[in-house]
Design a protein around this ligand. Structure first.
Ligand code: NAI
Length: 333
């Protein structure tokens, strides 16, 4: 199939070209994000491949449909950026990559926990400048601490297992508890998790119910000095509430791989520009905040798997309108 691939970088091209040897699709790699003013680039392409910060709202979907697109192949697990009701109404098929490497994201969450706790980013810079002072680098033993996992799906359970391996006690909240997870976590109410956890890590999807799950109320219920980690979706966290929590000391450490307004920041080199997002700039001023730019998924295994599954989804659609890994407003297949 002819596929317009939006928001692509050199690594996308590399791994998709390797995987495409088996599939033989005609891939056009486009750097721009898919937005209202770039959607015309997809004119005449029956398939469009989109990433997490592409904007698949009703207007964009309608234009795609009018220009001949029938398949939207997401190269992500998350689909919160797609207006699925509009897609259904237009008869557009939307497919995704439900799982590629949950290890990649769980391990990145661990990287944030360890780097933050022992201030590795500060130590790295200090030592390079000949400053061997330990002031400000004091961490805590993770062993024996209570970790709160919100969302015990594929990634949350793996993260729980990793933390158990470090000697942590893991409590969890999920409206749909999993029997398998009960081997490693103790399910508790959300308010109890906030009250007991020394480290809180978010692994639930972004939905209308989870939008700003971490707001001022939640922060007020947390332990003093709590470590908060978000590798899931930026809008789970109310940035301004968290900034207040950092200023008061309620939040002792914050690790983010995702950010509420990341669409205008992440996946590009803005080092010559002035950052216009004041809340993001404020976050960067705290010595106890570590932000990475949505790289949790970024391992060789995960990007290889994303490319293979995305192209297999497109092949299945092309052959017999197969709807493998389809998402609709009603159900996720
Ligand atoms: P999953 O679908 O396997 O698990 C999600 C879990 O969240 C389910 O158990 C579900 O019951 C639970 N959940 C739903 N509503 C909830 C609520 N209100 N409160 C608490 N839990 C709730 O998803 P998976 O694969 O574990 O991924 C988790 C999230 O990680 C994804 O939604 C995605 O946003 C994010 N992600 C981030 C990546 C990155 O590069 N940083 C890469 C891949 C995924």
């Amino acid at each position: 199939m002819r596929v317009a691939m939006f928001s692509t970088k050199s690594y996308d091209q590399h791994y998709f070209e390797l995987a495409n040897v088996e599939h033989g699709h005609e891939l056009t790699f486009l750097e721009p994000r898919l937005l209202g003013h770039t959607v015309s680039l997809a004119a005449g392409y029956p398939a469009v491949c989109a990433f997490v910060n592409d904007q698949l709202d009703a207007h964009v979907l309608r234009t795609l449909s009018e220009h001949g697109t029938t398949l939207i192949a997401l190269r992500s697990a998350g689909f919160n950026h797609v207006d699925l009701e509009a897609a259904d109404a237009l008869g557009l098929t939307v497919v995704r990559v439900p799982a590629y490497s949950p290890h990649a994201v769980a391990e990145h969450a661990l990287a944030l926990v360890l780097a933050l706790n022992r201030r590795i980013f500060r130590a790295y810079n200090r030592v390079r400048e000949g400053n061997f002072s330990l002031e400000g680098l004091l961490g805590f033993d993770l062993h024996g601490k209570t970790v709160g996992v919100i969302g015990t799906g594929k990634i949350g359970v793996l993260f729980a297992r990793i933390m158990t391996g470090l000697g942590c006690r893991v409590i969890a909240y999920d409206p749909y508890p999993q029997a398998e997870a009960e081997e490693v976590v103790e399910y508790v109410a959300l308010s109890e998790l906030f009250a007991r956890a020394d480290v809180i890590s978010l692994h639930c999807p972004l939905t209308p119910q989870t939008h700003h799950l971490i707001g001022a109320d939640a922060v007020a219920q947390m332990k003093d000095g709590v470590m908060l980690i978000n590798t899931s979706r930026g809008r789970l966290v109310d940035t301004l509430a968290v900034i207040e929590g950092l200023k008061s000391g309620r939040i002792g450490n914050l690790g983010l791989d995702v950010y509420e307004e990341e669409e205008d920041l992440f996946f590009q080199d803005l080092s010559d520009r002035v950052i216009q997002d004041d809340a993001f700039s404020r976050l960067l001023t705290f010595p106890n905040v570590l932000i990475t730019g949505h790289q949790g998924f970024f391992t060789e295994e995960a990007v290889t798997s994303i490319a293979h599954t995305t192209l297999a989804n497109i092949t299945a659609f092309e052959r017999d309108h197969g709807t493998i890994h389809r998402v609709t407003s009603e159900q996720v297949v």
